[in-house]
Design a binder for this molecule. Structure first.
Ligand code: PXP
Length: 249
């Protein structure tokens, strides 16, 4: 099975918000993503609303027929929004105001008691919960004990090592991701992966048999500047499909 591609549209909103006003519209980007074969739309509603806004979440829920994956911090404000919006999925991420993007995974093990209520209430409300974690056994075990059905493995450090040309470091982190995916899937978790992936780094991640979904944003929106969003997504989908075919043949 080819991993699903969730297209993260946050950075369409980043460009819009640079000037205020209504364009470029992340909902229009989601419609293009759907036509290009995306399997889902991902959007991160941050506490500071630096890209996606509350109104975007409402419009995505209304106008887009693909499953919506809402990335959210474990705060009461975000929980209320997610309980009202009832997205298909919610990915709980760590969030620091001063970070440029999500740095590091959620400490599901250390924050077990804090997270338990969020996982339970979202699940009871019909949303599929995933936890964005580093590929470590302790974090996977914490996700299991919290009752999260899904984990998204953080590929940021792997992607950074690829970008820096540090193939040894990339291979070592890839090994951790492969082991974590196998351990997690065997224990019953659905495995997703994402962060920082590009055309150059996606294939080894897509080749991991247990990975059912990839969430990719910044690079696709960046490429869209040069070739258009439709073409960028189609090319990413081709690489993902090719990687899975090569891995299984
Ligand atoms: N997955 C999660 C949990 C994220 O927080 C992000 C970034 O918002 C992504 C995937 C996508 O990362 P990128 O934009 O670097 O492709």
């Amino acid at each position: 099975m080819i991993p699903r591609l969730g297209v993260n549209i946050d950075h369409v909103a980043t460009i819009r918000n640079a000037r205020g006003g209504d364009y470029p519209d992340p909902v229009k980007a989601a419609l293009i993503a759907a036509k290009a074969g995306a399997d889902g739309i991902t959007a991160h509603l941050r506490e500071d609303r630096r890209h996606i806004t509350d109104r975007d979440i409402v419009r995505l829920g209304k106008d887009i027929h693909l499953p919506l994956n809402l990335e959210m911090a474990a705060t009461d404000e975000m929980l209320d929004i997610a309980l009202n919006a009832r997205p298909h999925a919610a990915c709980i991420v760590p969030e620091k105001r001063e970070e440029r993007t999500t740095e590091g995974g959620l400490d599901a093990a250390g924050q077990h008691n804090h997270l338990a209520r969020f996982v339970r209430q979202l699940r009871e409300n019909g949303t599929r919960v995933s936890l964005f974690i580093e590929p470590s056994q302790a974090q996977l075990e914490a996700a299991l004990s919290l009752g999260a059905p899904v984990v998204e493995l953080h590929t940021g450090a792997y992607a950074d090592a690829c970008n820096a040309g540090d193939s040894q470091k990339a291979a070592s982190i890839l090994d951790d991701l492969i082991k974590a995916a196998a351990f997690g899937a065997k224990a019953g978790l659905e495995i997703h992966a994402g962060h920082g992936l590009t055309y150059d780094s996606v294939m080894p991640i897509a080749a991991i048999a247990e990975v059912k979904e990839l969430n990719i944003g910044h690079f696709l929106i960046s490429e869209a500047i040069f070739c258009g969003l439709h073409e960028a997504i189609c090319h990413m989908r081709d690489l993902i499909a090719r990687s899975r075919h090569e891995a299984s043949s």
